[in-house]
Design a protein around this ligand. Structure first.
Ligand code: GTP
Ligand code: MG
Length: 234
């Protein structure tokens, strides 16, 4: 069998290049380089997913308890990259995209309880291949609309045949309740095209507080059950 010296992932790139176009025009300059760069972010997401899956399995085995409900991941679409760069007045180039956007690769880690969010963050902080660059804790300090979640920008190396590249990934940690709320709030904004009636906004903010209260109560019950387990020696 003959192996070509260089095997570029042509099909994936062509697919991405098609996405980079709108009515035949490139959404971003340097389309092919952007497509290549986005591959790197895709690899970074795969790396982070594996790391989190290992941590999840380890905790599940050692504690007989699973701290992660589910994980989703996405690469920012070229359209959304172009829109965000334009909105912030940055050039639509590869260099500008790398320098100005922290959420090209994004993950959502949905946890069972609030304490799981902090536990996972702490464990990731100790990981030799993960550097936590910034943390925005909207659980300790929710947004005025009631939004809660903990956002971390992390950097992880992607090892390719020729070289290793540090890649940034935005990870949003939420509980199921926080995610439930954020998803409804997002839909509301979409439906009203960002002009949501005041009464509805107030209701959403109030619902966010109820969601948080539920989080606290569920965790308290969970602790009671675990305490019961321990006393029973289980
Ligand atoms: P971005 O331009 O969105 O990156 O703003 P930022 O850099 O200030 O980031 P921030 O950490 O505040 O929020 C980033 C992401 O968190 C958003 O793209 C959403 O996915 C999520 N998010 C933040 N605030 C809200 C909110 O009020 N409601 C919902 N549904 N999601 C939010
Ligand atoms: Mg951001």
């Amino acid at each position: 069998m003959t192996v070509p010296a260089e095997v570029p992932p042509v099909r994936a790139e062509v697919g991405l290049l098609a996405l980079l176009q709108e009515n035949g025009d490139l959404l971003l300059d340097e389309g092919l380089s952007v497509a290549r760069e986005l591959q790197l972010y895709r690899f970074a997401l795969a790396e982070m997913r594996t790391k989190l899956a290992v941590l999840q399995d380890e905790i599940t085995l050692s504690d007989d308890y699973n701290p992660i409900e589910h994980i989703s991941a996405r690469i920012k679409t070229p359209r959304s990259i172009a829109e965000k760069l334009r909105r912030r007045g940055h050039p639509l180039t590869l260099e500008s995209m790398q320098a100005n956007l922290d959420d090209l690769a994004g993950m959502r880690v949905i946890c069972t309880f609030v304490s799981d969010v902090y536990r996972l963050l702490k464990v990731m902080d100790r990981h030799p291949d993960v550097a936590i660059l910034t943390v925005k804790d909207y659980i300790a300090a929710p947004k005025p609309n009631g939004y809660r979640g903990l956002h971390a920008i992390v950097e992880t190396p992607v090892h390719l045949a020729e070289a290793s590249h540090p890649v940034r990934v935005e990870i949003q940690f939420r509980t199921i309740a926080m995610d439930f709320w954020a998803s409804l709030e997002h839909k509301t904004y979409y439906k009203y095209d960002k002009t949501v009636p005041d009464a509805l906004l107030r209701e959403l903010t109030e619902a966010a507080e109820h969601a948080h209260e539920l989080d606290l109560r569920m965790e308290a019950i969970h602790r009671q059950i675990r305490g019961g387990d321990d006393r029973a020696g289980g």
